[in-house]
Write a new protein. Structure first.
Length: 464
């Protein structure tokens, strides 16, 4: 079976996120489509699938605002709380327009194995088949050998993918918190979304993407979202340098209550992130929901125990960080593994992310303010690799491919190749963008602005 026919066969998978998705990593339905909607060939819309995906869109959007916004805002100092909230909220607005204008088309239309085309810029043609208020299901990649019939409207597919494109650059902000200029953040995020996020999404989730052709399994964004954001965050931390007073002054969180509320919203929203990536209300979505819950709980316990053993006290910040790390690691695996494997992934990730956010960071000396790399980058790498070992074939099997994606040394190597490619592309392009912005408009606020706090210096507001 060719790599393309294999991908097509997985189309029952998770949306990958429909069909390809299943194959590609769990189907992040990202089937890359020059989405052609032919009324005479379109699959009827499934009201059940559409209802679940509408809910999933809302859940994933909630992950950024207010989830991530509160999670990050609770971990910075009081003088930077509003600026941190502003970053997530503004990026939600900015990335929505970027996705509408070009991001969706570059990621999900059929162009080449490297990048999609421009047929959906400004969402051109997305409403061509609406009649009397009703839309029809569409076909992803209709002009390619890997066409996949969907059971939801294209507008809904586009919106679901949009929420992923929104949260990914927002995750990066945790690494440069308390020191990047707001203007620089806006420009960097726009360019990064078009030059890094969209291409990698196309490679992994499109039916014609070259990493998809290798057999990469990424159910809901281990490579596309978390490794991508984590590596970009690490590069930001290295290029910007440390915060003033790092290692000397008290940089402890202002309000962990905010962080707990944010982490809780992230946890609940993650069910839309992972179970929604099945692209429908089906058994694979149910398994993805179960594995997501189990992995998050396992990682939270593991981090808490490691901290307890090391310092004698389990902390609130530790247990919520561990749970988020578990959610990150199960993301690529959610629709490919069974509950027992999810628990192993969670426990291992809790220990490894605890080490990366404490020992590794101190050993290397970088200032990843809110551990964007330590949790998302490292957790995403762990999850992507372990997917290659623990994938349970029947979850992604179809009539055309009865074996599905099964854990093996070969699949582990394929996952490793996708991880390495993501690290290299994201790391190199992110560094180039940051250096270019620094040379033209500057990346970092002045020492006086940093001392005063970004709330007042950048936005003229403060918490009383």
């Amino acid at each position: 079976m060719t790599s393309r026919s294999f991908i097509t066969s997985l189309s029952g998978g998770w949306f990958s996120r429909p069909a390809i998705l299943a194959t590609l990593g769990g189907g992040f339905f990202l089937i890359n489509p020059d989405i052609t909607l032919a009324a005479d060939t379109a699959t009827p819309i499934s009201t059940g699938d559409t209802a679940w995906m509408l809910v999933s869109v809302a859940l994933v959007l909630m992950m950024t605002i207010p989830g991530l916004a509160l999670f990050y805002a609770g971990m910075v100092r009081k003088k930077n709380v509003l600026a941190t909230l502003m970053q997530s909220f503004a990026l939600c607005c900015i990335m929505t327009i970027v996705w509408m204008v070009a991001g969706y088309s570059l990621a999900f239309t059929t162009g080449s194995p490297w990048l999609g085309g421009l047929s959906r810029t400004f969402l051109s043609g997305i409403g061509a088949h609406i009649h009397n208020g009703a839309d029809i299901a569409f076909t992803l990649g209709a002009d390619s050998p890997n066409a996949t019939a969907m059971t939801i409207p294209e507008s809904l597919f586009m919106m679901f993918q949009m929420t992923f494109a929104i949260i990914t650059p927002a995750l990066i902000s945790g690494a440069y918190a308390e020191r990047m200029k707001f203007s620089a953040m806006c420009i960097f995020s726009i360019l990064w979304s078009l030059l890094v996020y969209a291409p990698i999404a196309h490679w992994v989730w499109s039916p014609v993407g070259w990493l998809a052709g290798l057999g990469t399994a990424d159910f809901a964004g281990g490579t596309v979202v978390h490794i991508n954001a984590g590596i970009a965050g690490l590069v930001c931390a290295l290029v910007l340098g440390k915060r003033k007073g790092f290692g000397q002054d008290d940089l402890s969180p202002f309000n962990l209550t905010y962080a707990v509320i944010g982490a809780s919203l992230l946890w609940v929203g993650w069910f839309g992130f992972n179970a929604g990536s099945a692209a429908g209300a089906n058994g694979r979505a149910a398994m993805a929901m179960a594995t997501t819950q189990i992995a998050a709980a396992g990682a939270g316990i593991a981090w808490m125990l490691m901290e307890w053993l090391r310092s004698g006290k389990p902390t609130v910040l530790g247990v919520i960080s561990g749970a988020v790390g578990g959610l990150v690691a199960i993301t690529p695996a959610a629709g490919f593994v069974l509950p027992g494997s999810a628990l192993i992934i969670g426990l291992l990730t809790g220990v490894i992310c605890y080490w990366s956010a404490t020992s590794l960071k101190h050993l290397m000396g970088y200032d990843d303010s809110l551990d964007a790399f330590g949790v998302h980058g490292v957790g995403g790498i762990v999850g992507a690799l372990l997917t290659g070992l623990f994938a349970y074939g029947p979850l992604s099997a179809t009539d055309a491919n009865p074996s599905g994606i099964t854990g093996s040394l070969h699949q582990f190597i394929v996952q490793g190749e996708a991880v390495l490619v993501t690290i290299l592309w994201c790391g190199i392009i992110s560094c180039i963008l940051l250096k270019a912005i620094d040379l033209t408009m500057g990346l970092r606020v002045t020492p006086d602005e940093e001392l005063e706090g970004l709330d007042m210096s950048l936005h003229g507001e403060r918490i009383n």
